[in-house]
Write a protein that binds this ligand. Structure first.
Ligand SMILES: *Cc1c(COP(=O)(O)O)cnc(C)c1O
Length: 339
């Protein structure tokens, strides 16, 4: 293996040695197979290619100071993949199979788990899709699970610094009774126009509003939104957002810190009144938000007035990352040591 520059890893794909695969056929899952190929051979009529029968997950493993590899909340990712499979009528991956496959692919690629202190981690990408051939619109009879890993650097090279967000009103990511609550590729395809529009206008991500009234906050790109107001942690409740495991974890940490948690519809107008705002997800953990610009009205909401992330966002970020790297006590049993 060519020596990787751990400190300057991009948040992108780097080839590792192995991936694992498993096929669901004739009503049951087969054995976990190890592959050293980056390619798959798929039937051209596979439903995953035509009709979006596909879902994925994203999680990370971290190397601690003690050299041990820590996997964060894999059980929540396993449960969410089951819900996504239910959402687009795919065969579900049992928790035990998911667990075994994830541990196997990490161990096979152990040397790709970045050293402690580099800010890098091993990103794990499980992928489930309809691999059976159909031409009529119906669920496939065959499904393929693939899990690959890739070492990644921090999502933002600049580190834990405020980002700029654009409110998008001319495209939607997900409909209320659609697939927004599932982690399916189709939602990402639907978000690309908003993502590219925000990038083109010089922002790091789009903020999506509720699709019915365009009055409430849904999500920030592929991350959940949260705000801090006084001693409250506020995060949107909506029928079209994906339940982030990072958000679930930060919510718990906020409670631990004695904060009030409000999970409710959050109106755009309320942005004026928030002390801090942030986006959260596995990739960046927390991205503190410096500014939110409404591209239609030109209105700008400002946070982090001194250019620095707020104290509560910083505390939540440091606590969560500390738990993930094994530096802070894992009171809630979120971490699995990979042995
Ligand atoms: C994956 C994802 C998130 C973040 O979820 P985590 O479990 O925290 O990584 C948020 N929103 C969307 C739309 C997502 O797909």
């Amino acid at each position: 293996m060519q020596q990787l520059d751990w400190k300057n890893l991009p948040f992108g794909y780097i080839k590792t040695d192995y991936n694992v695969r498993c096929v669901y056929k004739d009503g049951k899952w087969g054995n976990i197979e190890v592959s050293d190929s980056e390619y798959i051979s798929v039937h051209m009529a596979a439903t995953g290619l035509h009709y979006g029968q596909e879902a994925f997950e994203g999680m990370k493993a971290y190397r601690g100071k003690d050299g041990k590899i820590r996997l964060f909340r894999w059980d929540e990712n396993a449960k969410r993949l089951i819900r996504s499979a239910e959402g687009v009528l795919m065969a579900q991956v049992p928790m035990e199979l998911f667990h075994e496959a994830v541990l196997k692919v990490i161990k096979l690629n152990e040397k790709f788990v970045p050293p402690f202190g580099t800010g890098a981690s091993l990103y794990i990408r499980p992928l489930l899709f309809g691999s059976g051939a159909e031409v009529g619109v119906r669920p496939a009879k065959e499904y393929t699970l693939i899990i690959f890993v890739t070492p990644v650097g921090p999502y933002f090279k600049e580190g834990f610094n405020p980002v700029k967000i654009a409110i998008i009103r001319d495209s939607d990511r997900a409909a209320p009774l659609g697939t927004g609550t599932f982690k399916v590729g189709g939602n990402y395809a639907a978000s690309l126009r908003g993502v590219m529009k925000s990038h083109g206008a010089g922002f790091s991500s789009p903020m999506y509003l509720d699709t019915k009234e365009k009055k409430y906050i849904d999500e920030i790109g592929a991350a959940n939104f949260f705000a801090i107001k006084g001693n409250s942690y506020i995060t949107p409740k909506s029928d079209s957002i994906l339940a982030s495991i990072t958000n679930m974890s930060i919510t718990k940490l906020a409670e631990d810190l004695g904060m009030n948690v409000e999970r409710r519809p959050v109106a755009v107008d309320e942005l004026e009144s928030f002390d801090e705002a942030g986006a959260c997800g596995t990739a960046a953990i927390i991205s503190p938000i410096g500014e939110i610009t409404d591209l239609e009205t030109g209105k700008v909401y400002r946070f982090c007035k001194d250019g620095k992330p707020g104290p509560k966002s910083t505390k939540l970020y440091e606590t969560l990352v500390g738990i993930q790297y094994g530096e802070i006590e894992d009171k809630h049993n979120w971490v699995t040591i990979v042995e």
